[in-house]
Design a protein around this ligand. Structure first.
Ligand code: NAP
Ligand code: GDD
Length: 335
């Protein structure tokens, strides 16, 4: 019998990569989607359109216990990957309440419905390096204390603690991945990496004169989403549930990302990138770099993409996308 997995957030960047990975391992893959997504499949299922005939979708709201219980009580899932979240940090400053509601209640309802309907199902929670916030040490590992600086980060600390609590209180197989930033051509346009690669392509094609960004000195540990979903799966294959940092161990500035992306198109970023205070955050996470030794030694996980590979792949993909569309790649004015 193939294993059955449920992915929430299957329409997102990670969800689409994870679905591909689990299908390649012979899993029966199910996805939880918002009912509203079914009304606009062409747009909402863009990242999974090539998988639609191989996966089963269930319409349910992560903020509705009854709708989750309904799905869990009718499907015998072996593994559940809870990726659905309001994941854009800048948005969480504008609307902290809905970020908290989706990310905290959504996780709590998922855990409670699983406990009540399928307590043996293994659970993965999408934790984040944003939980480290104002970092207490460099690099950050599983033992580094959290100090979140954003409503998003706070919501994820709550989700992390709920996940740990269900493991300890109810003996469920619940794991959190503390994943550092991971990117790729499926990244949404408002995140800085995609904003840079799509913006650089617009400049290259003469469709924009400049790209406006915020803090160029922020440092992130950027990996590739296709590598990171492999670690999510490995966590649920271990003898005991636990939490793991997933990171490359390298840190780069937003400025370095710009430099490489524009250079890929034969351009100098300094001629086109303008700093705009609009894109600064009220509280910034200045520098992140992860220590993934635990994932390396216990999961045997390591990243395959380098920083340069990621930038190259994203620029190339945006260039290809631009050549297929009249109004190529959007997003450069998004915060
Ligand atoms: P993403 O591309 O923004 O995808 C988010 C997913 O969550 C989408 O499928 C979206 O569905 C769904 N979602 C958002 N709000 C929802 C709501 N109210 N109800 C139900 N579904 C909702 O994010 P990602 O990059 O794949 O990240 C996946 C998870 O990992 C998230 O929990 C994120 O916080 C976490 N994470 C990401 C990174 C990273 O660097 N990518 C790092 C650490 C942790 P729609 O398509 O319907 O909007
Ligand atoms: N989005 C954006 N837009 N970020 C900018 C800009 C801009 O114009 N200019 C500078 N930045 C800086 C941000 O201030 C931040 O320091 C950095 O670029 C990265 O921003 P994002 O790409 O939006 O990602 P993030 O680090 O805030 O959050 C992502 O990674 C987290 C893991 O650490 C998201 O994927 C989160 O969901 C994830 O948890």
């Amino acid at each position: 019998m193939p294993k059955k997995a449920l992915i929430t957030g299957i329409t997102g960047q990670d969800g689409s990569h994870l679905a591909e990975h689990l299908l390649s391992l012979g899993y029966e893959v199910h996805g939880l989607v918002r009912r509203v997504a079914l009304e606009d499949p062409q747009h909402r299922f863009g990242r999974i359109s090539h998988l639609l005939d191989r996966i089963t979708l269930h319409a349910a709201g992560v903020e509705s216990y009854p709708s989750l219980f309904h799905v869990f009580s009718r499907n015998d899932f072996d593994e559940c990957y809870h990726l659905a979240a309001q994941s854009f940090v800048a948005e969480s400053f504008d609307d902290g309440f809905s970020t908290m509601s989706t990310n905290i209640n959504g996780t709590h309802y998922m855990l409670a419905a699983l406990r009540d309907a399928r307590p043996a199902c293994k659970f993965y929670f999408a934790g984040t390096s944003e939980m480290f916030g104002k970092v207490k040490e460099m690099p950050q590992s599983e033992t580094t204390a959290f100090h979140p600086r954003t409503p998003y980060g706070i919501s994820k600390v709550a989700g992390f603690e709920l996940t740990r609590n269900y493991r300890e209180e109810f003996g469920m197989f619940c794991c959190s991945g503390i994943l550092f930033n991971h990117e790729g051509p499926r990244r949404a346009f408002e995140y800085v990496t995609r904003k840079i690669t799509s913006g650089a392509v617009r400049v290259y094609l003469g469709q924009a004169a400049e790209l406006r960004l915020g803090n160029l000195d922020a440092r992130r540990d950027w990996g590739h989403a296709a590598d990171y979903v492999v670690a999510m799966h490995l966590m649920l294959q271990q003898p005991k549930p636990d939490d793991y940092v997933v990171a490359t161990g390298e840190t780069h500035t937003v400025r370095e990302f710009c430099e490489l992306a524009f250079a890929e198109l034969g351009l100098n970023y300094q001629d086109h990138v303008k700093v705009d205070p609009l894109f600064y955050r009220p509280t910034e996470v200045e520098a992140l770099v992860g220590d993934a030794s635990k994932a390396r030694s216990l999961l045997g996980w390591r990243p395959s993409y380098t920083f340069a590979d990621i930038v190259k792949e994203m620029v190339k993909a945006d260039l290809a996308l631009a050549s297929r569309k009249a109004d190529p790649v959007g997003g450069s004015s998004l915060r």
